[in-house]
Ligand binder design. Structure first.
Ligand code: AMP
Length: 214
């Protein structure tokens, strides 16, 4: 199963991907996570990425393509994958199309999760992640930075640097400018399924399960 999620920062792509990982046992390819891993390594490239990400701008298309390609070629992805956060501009959409054609892979589902801007800003600025298991929490559930993770009980919750309000606003603007053509790209191919997101990930997940017939 090969699934692609499109949508603005905070729309719930990560949460829905994580639900599907449990159901299908296939990995999520999150370019944001891959870039954060490179950042943590402390390499020169990681430092360069950190400067770009802290402003909410996009990292170089070729670099992201090479990370995605390497991941798709790994054993982990032999039964499929869930792409989350890639492609994010038209160049990346074309790159992905060429990459998948060369590997004779076809996407089974392309979903766009549509969520109003006010909800996106609230979600991103309230979002907290576990530094151990990747659990995604939120301040609106009464969770706070440095709390023990309610899922794994081992990690601590933290806020991503780029989830600060000023950066979130820039990320949304960049998304609107750069990612709208990607939506048109898949819509023109006739493969885009638009889903209405909101504050109920369980309901959205049920809708996705119905479409996937699981
Ligand atoms: P995310 O975790 O998907 O919200 O991404 C966090 C940040 O990583 C973005 O604001 C970008 O700076 C960078 N990033 C993630 N995916 C991409 C991509 N496909 N192309 C360029 N930059 C990306």
């Amino acid at each position: 199963m090969k699934i692609l999620f499109l949508g603005a920062p905070g729309c719930g792509k990560g949460t829905q991907s994580k639900i599907l990982i449990g159901k299908f046992g296939i990995p999520q390819i999150s370019t944001g996570d891959l870039l954060r891993e490179e950042m943590k390594s402390g390499s020169d490239l990681g430092l360069e990425i950190k400067t770009i990400m802290s402003k909410g701008d996009f990292v170089d298309d070729k670099l992201v393509l090479s990370l995605v390609s390497k991941k798709i070629d790994s054993n982990e992805c032999e039964n499929g994958f869930i792409l989350d956060g890639y492609p994010r501009n038209l160049e990346q959409a074309k790159n992905l199309d060429n990459l998948l054609s060369a590997k004779k892979i076809q996407l089974d589902f392309v979903f766009l999760i549509d969520v109003p801007d006010e909800v996106l800003i609230e979600r991103c600025t309230g979002r907290l992640l576990c530094n151990g298991c990747g659990y995604i929490g939120n301040k609106d559930r009464g969770e706070n930075p440095n709390d023990n993770c309610p899922k794994c009980s081992k990690g601590a919750l933290y806020q991503r640097d780029d989830d600060k309000p000023e950066t979130v606003r820039n990320r949304l603007q960049v998304y609107k400018q750069q990612t709208s053509p990607v939506i048109n790209f898949y819509s023109d191919k006739g493969v885009l399924q638009k889903l209405v997101g909101g504050n109920d990930p369980g309901k959205l997940s049920e809708k996705i399960s119905q479409i996937l017939d699981i």
